[in-house]
Design a binder for this molecule. Structure first.
Ligand code: MRU
Length: 352
């Protein structure tokens, strides 16, 4: 089943708020629909957000019926701003919007039809590019996975979080495809349960052995020597390797360090933000308090209780064993080694 599909002028998204109970498809006809779907996390996961936003701009272009390219560009700028104001942490959103905006920055002399066509082609290219990057991450990353490994993962960095295949789950998938007889432990990932609802679902669909645990079971399993390695995705990686990912990732990295368990991050190079020198510059999204106080109609905590609900945390680079990207695997010292990967990424011409 596809996470994201653009056809006949509409963007179809597999509604991730309905999984695993229902496979519901939502239809976005406008860029505003797309922005709403991103904000409400019907589509989520850094690369999937980026791809959806790119198609959101295609919808914005489709809505324009006139013949003035400058008017179309004005509309695209407004759509870009609306889409950019949905979720602040995942850099793939801004990376994709920027990659699209370069088209109209260089559009001098193009007709409305030519610009709209170029925009649609680029959105498809971003989607294809994401899938290809994930497959490469899988192939490279699976080399780090020993036969029979017991792997812990957090949140969902799978096919659902990308255009397909996944990043952290891409590595897991590739290891499984190589016949490595791995076993996965999936943190349920409070408060929105991406691990329980999405990772468990994806792995079961692919018949990859998975055991669901509460977030607080992870440390106990490590203490019992029942975890061989941890692998997670990323929402933004600073130039020095500091990594923002789902809240709770930092705690896992500290525990991994204490128990001398390898801690890997897997992400496409589009998740690396070379404009920031450390994780201190990453904006951490704070979400609605009711995500913790309630589950649907069920009240979990007193209505009046004060809540703090950051969606992400930052794991400092010294706690990360290696960062697996489509441009290669970076190990410490990250500052130098990520620069090397950035030049490989530039050679590919995909980070323009
Ligand atoms: O809030 P979410 O569900 O969008 O958070 C997702 C994550 O933290 C993922 O690990 C990250 O985006 C990487 S997805 C390949």
């Amino acid at each position: 089943m596809k996470t994201i599909e653009y056809k006949n002028g509409c963007l179809y998204l597999l509604d991730q708020t309905a999984l695993p109970v229902e496979k519901r498809i939502i239809t976005c006809k406008t860029y505003q629909d797309t922005a709403k779907a991103i904000k409400e996390m019907q589509v989520r996961g850094a690369p999937a957000i980026g791809v959806s936003a790119a198609f959101g701009l295609v919808l914005a272009a489709n809505e324009y019926q006139g013949s003035d390219s400058n008017a179309l560009i004005e509309r695209l700028e407004i759509a870009k701003e609306t889409l950019g104001n949905t979720r602040p942490t995942a850099v793939n959103l801004f990376w994709a919007l920027q990659r699209m905006a370069k088209l109209w920055d260089n559009a001098k002399g193009l007709s409305v039809l030519e610009l709209s066509t170029t925009i649609e082609e680029e959105a498809h290219a971003i989607a294809r590019d994401d899938l290809a990057r994930n497959k490469t991450i899988g192939l490279l990353g699976q080399q780090l996975i020993p036969q029979g490994a017991r792997i812990l993962t957090h949140c969902n960095a799978g096919a659902l979080a990308t255009f397909g295949y996944g990043t952290a789950l891409g590595v897991i998938r590739a290891a499984h495809e190589q016949g490595k007889e791995i076993e996965v432990f999936a943190d349920e990932t409070r408060p929105l349960l991406q691990g329980a609802r999405l990772t468990a679902w994806e792995l079961l669909e692919d018949k990859i052995p998975v055991t669901l645990i509460t977030d607080s079971t992870a440390g106990y399993l490590m203490q019992q020597q029942r975890i061989d390695l941890i692998i997670v995705g990323a929402d933004r990686i600073a130039a020095n390797g500091d990594t923002a990912n789902k809240i709770g990732t930092y705690s896992l990295a500290v525990l991994a360090g204490h128990h001398q368990i390898p801690f890997y991050v897997a992400a496409p190079f589009s998740t690396v933000d070379m404009n920031i020198s450390s994780g201190k510059e990453i904006i951490i999204e704070e979400r609605e308090h009711d995500e913790i106080r309630r589950w649907g109609n069920i009240q979990l905590a007193p209505e009046a209780v004060k809540v703090y609900n950051p969606a992400f945390d930052v794991t400092p680079n010294h706690l990360i064993t290696a960062i697996i990207t489509d441009c290669g695997i970076a190990r410490p010292p990250y500052l130098e080694n990520i620069v090397d990967l950035a030049s490989k990424n530039d050679e590919k011409g995909e980070n323009k």
